[in-house]
Design a protein around this ligand. Structure first.
Ligand SMILES: [Zn+2]
Length: 115
């Protein structure tokens, strides 16, 4: 036996398990002992349709996540290369600046007659 509660008069009554399953699966109308009409929603078919829809959306999101992940990997690689290149330029510039200062010091030393 399966208990069912009427949403209209709040009476609880028993139906057979197979009757209950049939009404749940089909969404078919049935009546409480006081004659109120009721049905189960969503039906099994509606739920299955919803599951299929959700599976499709999940697949779409998974594909999107995959593409996003590829994009991020590419961007990370690009950013890493840019940083390495910038670090290379910086060290080059530091060396040039160091050489300039060395030549300036030498020039002033010569000027002062220390050379
Ligand atoms: Zn009722």
């Amino acid at each position: 036996m399966q208990q069912v509660r009427c949403p209209t008069c709040d009476i609880t009554f028993g139906v057979s398990v197979s009757f209950h399953k049939g009404k749940v699966d089909t969404g078919e109308e049935f009546f409480c002992p006081a004659g109120h009409s009721m049905h189960f929603r969503p039906t099994k078919a509606e739920l299955e349709l919803k599951v299929v829809g959700l599976e499709v959306r999940l697949a779409e999101w998974e594909e999107y996540a995959g593409r996003l992940s590829e994009f991020l990997a590419t961007e990370r690689e690009r950013a890493t290369k840019a940083l390495l290149s910038a670090a290379g330029y910086k060290s080059q510039w530091m060396r040039v600046r160091g050489e300039k200062k060395m030549w300036q010091d030498r020039y002033w030393a010569l000027k002062r007659g220390e050379g």
